[in-house]
Design a protein around this ligand. Structure first.
Ligand code: ACM
Length: 528
């Protein structure tokens, strides 16, 4: 008897464990805590959405259900059963933070509780992933989830300087980011090969800088060009529309305006921005070998301030990304005026000049309550073989800057955090989506920890989170981009959200089946 009892108990336990596993295996990113409970909540056209103070999220949920499972759920002020209830409770802040949520599913209905509408929104995403289908019914098995993200910065970057994709492609990406609870869209809008954002004061930036005659194809050393013009830019009206679309999904858009390098398209539009003042064309060749801004010319600084003014008018984000990567210093070294300026300001190396300039921009942004972010070259270390060993900057970077780490070793991260800077970890060998699947497999992407091994624990809180970067050189169209982005985007989403102890690559792969179905339904191409 005792034996039978214990067998019953252990098989109940097994069922509970299995049920929990089944629930957990539908979710990306994996939540903090998933507990299977008894019973099943059957969804129907009569399931009421009780939005409470979360009207925008209730509407989003209504549209998502209509889109996904063709159920048009009514919005109602209350219901005794058959409901999806959204509840804000600010008192749960210490438990859930600003982005966490609780989700409780019983036969009577589903309740999502959070301290903010971002948390409600993420609860809605989990709820959607849990919907199963059997015998003509949509249902969700009983469950209690408690969840909050490990990091506050969970980013995806799209480079449209190299290849313009357009508003429809961007919105499609934003919707997938939202489903994966990513909250930061880093929009790389300017580069050597194209300027993609309308600036009203300088119309040639897009008229000239938004167009190139021909584009290198294949790979970095290729001498083959497609001979076809490539054009495209966003009007300010389109940008406002995309910002609103992102905001409805609790995604902040961080614009990146590259300076002082990666600026050939702007210099093609206005040659006086460079040191040489001679006309150049928007290049169709990729790699690092182009003109840079003359940052010693007050007219150039005014131009950059003007551009940033329009950018800040458009983007509500607190953080503005100014690039700062891969500056070749040859033109500054060759220019007598730049050399005289460096002497006058006691700047020992061109890297010091870059930091001096970057600090000027930082001060300008700080004066408008914005915070500067730049790739980790802005700290002054030599990262590239094309720079001289003497091209090291020792000038102090402005406090408050966010250092976007992509290249170098742990010592550079330690250097940044020990000097007080916050860091976003986008280490290239782990997070670059332009790398092929041989270089960064799904498993490698999944196993990335934004807190690098060996970083002193006292600095862990200085790592704000992580980004994955879709550089645009070799993705001329949306399908080639999607092949690189999916499914690795899901892995990076979990890297940013889930505690390492809760990560499990096998379960992740099982849960991906839910996303494969989702992506197929949404005509998104994913790498097989
Ligand atoms: C970079 O990959 N140039 C930041």
């Amino acid at each position: 008897m005792l034996r039978l009892q214990s067998m019953v108990i252990s098989s109940c336990l097994l069922l509970a464990v299995t049920a929990k596993k089944l629930q957990a295996q539908r979710l990306i990113p994996q939540p903090t805590q998933v507990t299977a409970t008894t019973g099943v909540f059957k969804l129907s056209g009569a399931t009421a959405i009780i939005g409470g103070r979360s009207a925008g999220e209730a509407k989003y949920l209504q549209e998502a259900f209509d889109d996904r499972i063709h159920l048009k759920l009514p919005l109602q002020p209350s219901a005794q059963s058959n409901f999806i209830r959204l509840t804000l409770n600010e008192k749960l802040d210490s438990l859930l933070g600003k982005e966490g949520y609780q989700l409780k599913v019983t036969p009577a209905g589903a309740t999502i509780t959070a301290t903010t509408n971002a948390g409600i929104f993420y609860g809605i995403q989990s709820l959607q992933q849990l919907i199963a289908y059997k015998d003509g019914n949509y249902f969700i098995s009983g469950v209690e989830i408690q969840d909050k993200p490990r990091f506050g910065w969970r980013a995806f970057m799209l480079d449209e300087g190299r290849h313009f994709k357009g508003a429809a492609a961007v919105k499609k990406l934003l919707e997938e980011m939202a489903a994966l609870k990513m909250n930061t869209f880093h929009w790389h809008l300017t580069d050597d090969q194209g300027w993609r954002i309308e600036i009203k004061k300088y119309p040639l930036l897009t008229k000239v800088g938004g167009h190139r005659d021909s584009t290198q194809t294949g790979s970095w050393n290729s001498t083959v060009y497609d001979g076809k013009p490539h054009d495209g830019f966003y009007t300010q009206e389109q940008i406002r529309d995309i910002i609103a679309y992102a905001a409805a999904r609790h995604i902040t858009i961080i614009p990146e305006i590259e300076m002082p390098g990666h600026s050939a398209a702007a210099i093609a539009a206005y040659p006086w921005l460079g040191t040489k003042h001679t006309p150049i064309k928007v290049p169709g060749k990729f790699g690092v070998h182009y003109d840079v801004y003359n940052v010693t010319d007050p007219k150039v600084i005014t131009f950059l301030h003007d551009v940033l003014d329009e950018v800040m008018q458009l983007f509500p984000s607190k953080v503005i990304h100014i690039g700062g990567d891969e500056v070749k210093y040859d033109q500054w070294k060759a220019d007598a005026g730049v050399q005289a300026y460096m002497k006058e300001h006691q700047l020992a190396s061109p890297a010091d000049l870059q930091i001096y300039f970057t600090n000027n921009i930082s001060t300008y942004l700080a004066g408008k309550q914005r915070r500067m972010m730049g790739w980790n070259e802005i700290m002054g270390a030599k990262l590239h073989e094309y720079n001289d060993s003497k091209d090291i900057g020792t000038t102090k970077l402005a406090p408050g800057t966010i250092v976007h780490f992509w290249k170098g070793e742990l010592n550079l991260i330690t250097d940044a955090v020990s000097k007080g800077y916050d860091v976003v970890n986008s280490y290239h060998a782990a997070t670059y989506l332009d790398y092929n699947y041989e270089e960064i497999s799904l498993e490698k992407a999944y196993s990335f920890d934004p807190i690098p091994a060996g970083l002193d624990a006292r600095y862990h809180s200085k790592i704000l989170g992580t980004g994955c970067q879709m550089w645009g050189e070799w993705i001329p169209d949306v399908m080639s981009m999607e092949d690189k982005v999916y499914p690795r985007l899901a892995a990076y989403a979990e890297d940013g959200w889930t505690l390492p102890a809760n990560k499990n690559f096998k379960d992740f792969q099982t849960a991906l089946q839910v996303f494969y179905a989702r992506w197929s339904n949404r005509s998104i191409y994913y790498h097989r």
